[in-house]
Design a protein around this ligand. Sequence first.
Ligand code: KMT
Ligand code: NI
Length: 181
Amino acid sequence: MDNDDATDQREPHQRAPPAPVAPATLAALGILAWKVPPATPAGDARLAAIRAARGYSYQDTVEISRATLAGYDAKLKAFYEEHVHTDEEIRYVLSGSGYFDVRDGGDAWIRILVKEGDLIVLPEGIYHRFTLDTSNYVKVNRLFVGEPVWTAHNRPQEEGEAAPSRARYVESFLQGGVKAT
Ligand code: KMT
Ligand code: NI
């Protein structure tokens, strides 16, 4: 994505000329993604198989819009602060759309559009943020292994790159190639 902080975060922020990111680049950053058509027998079966394979025992639904999410403005602001979690962030888009931004190996932002039927897994320890797009609406399932922990640790973390989740991520996917915060 571009580096234009003056333009609304909900805009696409496509670079000029466009700089598309190959699926293999996202895979190398530890990001997993599937197409899972919602409310279809094939989609339900695929979701069940992914949940079983990855141990995603927990699931709930969040509808992000001004009318449906308490504390909408504060939550959207928090989602767009660069942060990490101590677990995977797993989101399955039932309807609507939005953008997950993730840091690449050179610490530049990659913008990932997610829309209906996209199931995405951000690995533990990856720096990321989320914004709605100009449709201002997304409904997602949140999945988790066991009891969910949604705590966001904003960058820079107190422990910096030594925070355990971050250190595991750097070792697994960046091989120490990213500079300390
Ligand atoms: C997070 O931690 O970044 C979020 O939960 C984003 C909102 S889910 C589309
Ligand atoms: Ni997050």
